[in-house]
Design a protein around this ligand. Structure first.
Ligand SMILES: Cc1cc2nc3c(=O)[nH]c(=O)nc-3n(C[C@H](O)[C@H](O)[C@H](O)COP(=O)(O)O)c2cc1C
Length: 215
């Protein structure tokens, strides 16, 4: 099993990083033979989308050295995604949305012909059979069914992007109210959810292996 951990907060005191680290720690205990790739978007130089991006629609054999160079980080990030069975994303909420580091990563990996194609029904993801767990860190809270939920542009956006890429199993764990008196209990709740999620996933995967062996 391959786990890809993506961090997208540049804060040294990042709450989302602490929680993705916890996920990795729990995942290692459940998957001692598994491999882990860590992608820190705070220290990855991500290019702007410039006119060079049109090279993604060109014949790869005809790319100029400059276009190849421009697309090299996109190629690298997409290969990391392809190699992963599970992707864990640490997502801070800034101004009701994701960090710009995470948005810049999305702009590099949503790539026609590589991670999605258009068919008659619209975009179709090419990253099949992968699971994503998004751990968000938020100062406030945005409970479903309340007026606050309408200004959570983070979960709906990320869910849409991951689904567009082909992920069929996307789980969100929210660490909320981190800038309030409830911060400590919220951290504890998120940590418990991570532990439960990792254990549940390991059990499900073991069942899938047994099921496949019995066919
Ligand atoms: C620039 C900035 C904008 C923020 N905007 C929001 C916001 O819109 N909603 C919210 O609930 N918390 C907001 N927060 C609080 C963060 O979500 C919180 O600090 C969280 O821990 C950030 O994740 P990190 O610790 O991994 O960086 C904001 C924090 C900063 C620094």
């Amino acid at each position: 099993m391959n786990l890809l951990r993506i961090d997208s907060s540049a804060r040294a005191s990042s709450e989302s990083r602490r929680l993705t680290a916890r996920f990795v720690q729990d995942w290692k205990s459940e998957n001692p033979a598994g491999s882990i790739t860590e992608r820190d978007l705070a220290t990855t130089a991500l290019p702007h989308i410039t006119d060079h991006w049109s090279a993604t629609y060109a014949d790869p054999a005809k790319l100029t050295p400059e276009q190849r160079q421009y697309l090299s980080i996109s190629d690298e990030l997409i290969e990391e995604l392809r190699a992963a069975d599970t992707v864990i994303i640490g997502a801070p909420m800034y101004n009701h949305m994701i960090s710009w580091e995470l948005k810049a990563w999305i702009d590099q990996v949503v790539r026609m012909g590589k991670t999605f194609v258009y068919d008659t029904l619209g975009p179709k993801g090419l990253l099949h059979g992968k699971k994503a767990v998004v751990i968000t860190a938020r100062g406030g809270s945005y409970p479903a069914g309340t007026p606050r939920a309408a200004v959570d542009f983070q979960e709906p956006y990320l869910r849409h992007i991951l689904t567009t890429l082909g992920f069929s199993d996307v789980t969100f764990i929210h660490a909320e109210n981190l800038m309030s008196a409830q911060a400590e209990s919220s951290r504890a709740a998120a940590t418990a959810s991570i532990q439960k999620s990792v254990r549940q996933r390991a059990e499900n995967e073991a069942q899938e292996v047994i099921g496949a062996a019995q066919v």
